[in-house]
Design a protein around this ligand. Structure first.
Ligand SMILES: N[C@@H](CCC(=O)N[C@@H](CS)C(=O)NCC(=O)O)C(=O)O
Length: 210
């Protein structure tokens, strides 16, 4: 059985969705952000970065949300959440997963934790720059969804779970992913999935959902 360590409404959402889409037996460990547990030696043994998510699979801990999603898709090919290795569509999956985690998510971190990068005086200026950068990046996904319901192939994949997770992080920003013409309906489509609804219920998330 898997164990997923996470906090509500964070980078743990995509792996949580993927576990539920697969229907894999798992224990969800929903930590309290203020409990200090992420800094504890026990947790740091699982994830030396002291961040969420962390997936425990047998005697192995895997950290980095995108790596966890890829690992779960590989372990459960029958769920069809990633094209097979070697399939040209698999390259498309790698492309989106890499872009989402190393460009979009990396920039989003600057918006949510500006104090880790600049002084308080510069925080608002940094956040304004990031809002524009994210809007430009989500426009790439919006373009990709202009003539297809999902990012990769013709069915929902881990890339869609990842895009959904990051896009909803803009819901309180001045420029929202949901306002884009194709991304808005995409977010509604993902939100309608029973697995996703269940994740929101379990994580205790309120509207606006995205
Ligand atoms: N690149 C990492 C980012 C992990 C990350 O920054 N997680 C945040 C939540 S979204 C976290 O644990 N924040 C708690 C903290 O930094 O204290 C991943 O995708 O797993």
């Amino acid at each position: 059985m898997y164990r997923l360590h996470t906090l509500p409404s964070t980078a743990g959402m995509a792996p949580h969705i993927v576990l539920r889409e697969i229907g894999a037996a798992h224990e969800l460990v929903l930590h309290d952000r203020d409990s200090g547990v992420l800094a504890s030696p026990e947790y740091r043994r699982l994830n030396p970065n002291g961040r969420v998510p962390t997936l425990v699979d047998g005697d192995r801990a895997v950290w980095e949300s995108a790596a966890i999603c890829l690992h779960l898709a590989d372990r459960h090919p029958e769920a069809g959440l990633a094209p097979p290795v070697g399939d040209p569509e698999r390259a498309r999956l790698y492309q989106w997963m890499a872009f989402l985690t190393n460009t979009v998510q990396a920039d989003a971190m600057l918006y949510f934790y500006p104090g880790r990068y600049v002084t308080a005086d510069d925080a608002d200026r940094l956040k304004a720059v990031i809002v524009d950068r994210l809007a430009d990046q989500f426009a790439r996904a919006d373009d990709a969804l202009a003539d297809r319901p999902w990012l990769v192939g013709d069915r929902f994949s881990i890339a869609d779970a990842y895009l959904f997770m990051l896009a909803r992080w803009t819901r309180h920003m001045p420029r929202k992913a949901r306002d884009l013409p194709h991304l808005g309906p995409f977010l509604a489509r993902v939100m309608d999935r029973p697995a996703v609804r269940e994740v929101f219920r379990i994580e205790g998330l309120a509207e606006p959902y995205f």
